[in-house]
Design a protein around this ligand. Structure first.
Ligand code: PHE
Length: 336
């Protein structure tokens, strides 16, 4: 009878499909109120010799069945584990999508291009402080305190009489003070004006100052360098014209315009129907300015120009609002 129970239970265990079915069999046969426990209880009524014999058989059957249940349970567990691993499988050999490379800000890019060009023409690239003295920003450029030209540049004054430089021209002063002529230098950098910000005005923007001092510098030399510069920037020959322009540190002073690159000169919204775009203030350095910085205007003269890097970037890429440039907006920056 015991061996029959053992055989039939083993067969049932073999056929189980789930852990729950398996557990039900365990409770039914091996549980505290199970079949084997029942037999064990009946055993008490037997005479001692038979009792010992049956006891041994009972123990053996119990061990066999427990082992079979354990083995079947392990099978279920390994199938479940295999299934889970299959679901969580990751292909480590798939190539990664890669990191997104950053890029330089369009103003930095154009600045570097212009630096490369001028270096190839024998110019040094100078740097100067953004917090300037009143002397370097104004007086040394022939703009004394009572001069109306000071009003052309709304200034952030700092405590103690210093200021945030309103243009890169103070760096030409520092260059003249420090180096002997002949002198060729450019000075790119950040400048500040106390302006109300709108689509075409920023309180913070970028300029690139240029200066050349030599024995017989002419307006012809100035035009040559400016045309070389503009051709390199726009990758095509540009037509330029000079109009008189007033800056106290140059004499004569000019506004250099280029024929509109959008319409070719016939008139459009960018050039306000005039066919020309104002781009570069420039001129021959005022002898007074040379003298103030220790250069003898009887022996030397030169030209200077100021290039609005921010304006140039806007023209090059057709950006219609200056505020994009310092927005930090990645949707904008990722285009460059
Ligand atoms: N510094 C002038 C400005 O910012 C521009 C300029 C530079 C004009 C050099 C002439 C020569 O307005």
């Amino acid at each position: 009878m015991l061996s029959e129970l053992e055989a039939s239970t083993l067969a049932r265990v073999e056929k189980t499909q789930t852990q729950d079915e398996l557990e039900a069999i365990r409770v039914e046969v091996l549980g505290r109120k199970g079949t084997l426990a029942g037999i064990s209880r009946e055993m008490g009524k037997l005479p001692p010799t038979e009792r010992a014999d049956l006891g041994k058989q009972l123990n053996a059957a119990k061990q066999t069945l427990e082992a079979a249940l354990e083995a079947r349970k392990a099978e279920f567990e390994s199938v479940a584990l295999a299934k889970r691993l299959d679901g969580e499988w990751v292909d480590l050999t798939i190539p990664s999508p890669g990191v997104r490379l950053g890029s330089l800000h369009p103003i930095t890019q154009i600045q570097m291009e212009i630096e490369d060009l001028f270096r190839s023409l024998g110019f040094a690239v100078l740097d100067g402080p953004e917090v300037e003295t009143e002397y370097h920003n104004f007086d040394a450029l022939n703009i004394p305190a009572d001069h109306p030209a000071r009003d052309m540049q709304d200034t952030f004054w700092l405590e103690g009489g210093n200021l945030l430089r309103t243009h890169t021209s103070p760096v030409q002063v520092r260059g003249m003070e420090r180096f002997e002529p002949p002198l060729r230098m450019i000075a790119p950098g950040r400048v500040f004006r106390n302006e109300t910000v709108d689509a075409s005005h920023e309180h913070t923007f970028y300029q690139l100052e240029g200066m050349m001092i030599d024995r017989h510098v002419s307006v012809g030399n100035l035009i040559y360098f400016m045309k070389t510069l503009l051709t390199a920037i726009f990758h095509k020959e540009v037509t330029v014209r000079l109009r008189p322009g007033y800056f106290p540190f140059v004499e004569p002073g000019f506004e250099l315009d280029i024929r509109c690159l959008i319409c070719g000169g016939t008139g459009c919204a960018v050039c306000k129907q005039s066919g020309w775009v104002e781009l570069l203030p420039c001129g021959l350095v005022n002898p007074k300015v040379l003298r103030m910085s220790g250069i003898d205007p009887e022996k030397w003269n030169g030209f200077a120009f100021g290039l609005g890097l921010t304006r140039l970037v806007m023209m090059r890429y057709g950006i219609d609002d200056i505020r994009w440039l310092q927005s930090g907006d990645l949707r904008f920056l990722r285009q460059f």
